[in-house]
Design a protein around this ligand. Sequence first.
Ligand code: PLP
Length: 338
Amino acid sequence: MINLYSDTQTVPTENMRKAIAEAEVGDEHSRSDPTTLLLEKKVAELLGKEEAVFLPSGTMCNLIGVAINTSPGDVIMLESNGHILRSETGGPAVVSSVLTDPIDGERGQFTASQIEQRLDQTSRYRPPTSLICLEQTHNFAGGTVWPIGLWEDVCTFAKSKQMRIHVDGARLLNAVVASGVPAETWGSQADTIWIDFSKGLGAPMGACIAGNAEMIDKAWLWKHRLGGAMRQSGLMAAAAIYALDENVERLKHDHERAKTLADALKELGAAVVEPETNIVFFDMTSCGKSNYEFLQKLSEKDIQMSEIGNQIRAVTHLDIDDGDIDSVIDAMNQVVNS
Ligand SMILES: Cc1ncc(COP(=O)(O)O)c(C=O)c1O
């Protein structure tokens, strides 16, 4: 099976399993799991923040990030196809009692003036906007990378209006590799920022959220409250450390393979969103096939992709090599020409 459904589909390699097996562990609740502490230190340094805390999932990072940056009744602004809004079961509304004000972006990005236009409508009837959430890379826009200039404009504007900034960095390291801009630069104006280990980095689970000491203290309170405090979490922290040490630079190969796939799709006549990282969105209807039929035929050939809205998404990752991409291109040609 060639699984391009998502970069969450990777299974730990032998070496990662070895790192897990050999991890030194303790009780995370009482902050005495040495491997988790080491991971948190590493991530705080990487993201240029005072502290970080290990959480079971990226979804919990977003849930906690919103909780500690807002008060009930606040508005959070985010791009209208943002993961927080589309795929996290309304968590911010349920847990933090906030409203969401989606901004229609372009390729997952929006401008300071789009935020300003909304703030101009402020009146004493309107709830206050306290938080801007940014997603880097943007999943449902196609793994797109915010340009650093636009990112900094938006952050500087948000700060000038006393708004806080939360960064969903599920695939931040893909953006770092694609742009050459270091992780700490993307986080320099953020109050909270997190990275995920279970996506392109290939670990089985986990994410770390970072911020200043006061914010991470608050994050700990929520971690306990939500049941995210763990025990011998060092086993999973060891996988995350291994992933950070071994699997970041290689993301560039995922990006190259996504580009090869996109080029082949274009040659077949598909409508393709030009990939910037490891995610390819495309539509096969211009080739005379419905997306559903195309996916069915590929699945008969043991190739998995997903349908999102009226597009197909294919995601490259650690378990996909050049040979797999050649086989997928071959199979796609057969399906279109059959
Ligand atoms: C952009 C983005 N944010 C957050 C998440 C949630 O992460 P997790 O699956 O670790 O909960 C995902 C998962 O796909 C994502 O793509």
